[in-house]
Design a protein around this ligand. Structure first.
Ligand code: ASP
Length: 309
């Protein structure tokens, strides 16, 4: 029997200020506890990832599901993916709107011949599956968008780190190792915010979310940077080819830094090692190593990565 392991994230970004970290910690730790309990009860890594993503999508604090950032036209379009490392199977939705939990569709898609759907196809699918209509827009994001509009959309992305009282954070991701030693990864996002219509995020690609029998990774940060580094796949393949997870993370983060990337990643491997990395100023991640819960919220040094066995 393997000791279950779990790591989740709520985005990576610049540290505009530390306000709200207490609430973010509370949110992340509640999810870690609930999902870890599920893993301990013997449920699969896929089930754990689905529950973790659902809980984080439902928390308006994060930029996924309810509370997603608005795109340049003031609409929410969400992307999510699920990778079952045991079967090495990927499913995803890209730019889906007006539903509560994009991650739910990825579960259905795992068993289909066609496994990743974008806007029109995804909308058709939500109708076919009779998923109820839902408005994920919250007031804070509308106010944020109006403010950016007044400034003629000078910012390249939505504000993930807002003022102390407005503790909205980023994209979410979950990577789990279950009792049977199986790994799964899931990622869900509202995108960068303020992007042009039709822009495709990394979150529902293998650059942003990837797993096999050896390791699993979920990424966050600027999607274009993540895609150009092929980050999640790169880390997983390095482990597959024999590097330890901390080595794979460190090497990939060094390369990302050299290329001036703005990103972060969480990961674990089949041996039970957990690792996280960032070139962004801060990464909001929390983990359970079988003994205790820890998090990366106070990690603001220049170190590129951290790990725990
Ligand atoms: N990676 C997401 C995107 O570019 C955004 C994020 O992780 O904050 O769509």
């Amino acid at each position: 029997m393997t000791t279950p392991k779990l790591i989740i994230h709520g985005g990576a970004s610049t540290l505009e200020d530390k306000g709200g970290l207490i609430q973010v910690r509370e949110s992340l730790h509640i999810v870690i506890k609930e999902v870890y309990d599920l893993l301990e009860s013997g449920k699969s890594a896929v089930d754990a990832v689905l529950l973790g993503c659902e809980l984080l999508e439902n928390d308006p604090r994060f930029n996924a599901g309810t509370g997603s950032v608005l795109q340049s036209d003031g609409q929410v379009r969400m992307s999510a993916s699920l990778m079952d490392g045991d079967r090495q199977r990927f499913s995803g939705v890209i730019n889906v709107s007006r539903i509560k939990n994009p991650i739910h569709i990825t579960k259905f898609l795992q068993e289909q011949d066609d496994r990743t759907f974008s806007d029109v196809g995804a909308a058709e699918l939500t109708r076919e599956l009779e998923i109820p209509l839902y408005d994920p827009i919250i007031d804070f994001r509308v106010e944020e968008w109006i403010l950016e509009r007044k400034n003629n959309f000078e910012r390249k992305t939505a504000r993930l780190y807002a003022r102390a009282s407005e503790d909205r954070r980023g994209t979410i991701g979950v990577v789990a190792l279950d009792r049977s030693g199986r790994i799964a990864a899931g990622t869900s996002t509202g995108g960068k915010g303020l992007e042009r219509i039709g822009r495709v995020s990394d979150s529902a690609t293998v650059a942003g979310n990837y797993a096999n029998k050896y390791a699993g990774v979920s990424c966050t940060g600027i999607g274009e940077d993540i895609v150009e580094e092929a980050l999640a796949t790169r880390i997983v393949i390095r482990v597959t080819d024999g590097l330890s997870l901390p080595e794979a993370m460190e090497r990939s983060m060094k390369e990302s830094l050299e290329n001036n990337r703005d990103l972060g990643a969480i990961s674990l491997d089949a041996s039970g090692a957990i690792a996280w990395g960032k070139t962004a100023e801060i990464l909001l991640a929390a983990y359970h190593n079988g003994e205790a819960i820890g998090d990366t919220l106070e990690w603001t040094t220049d170190e590129l990565m951290g790990h725990i066995i």
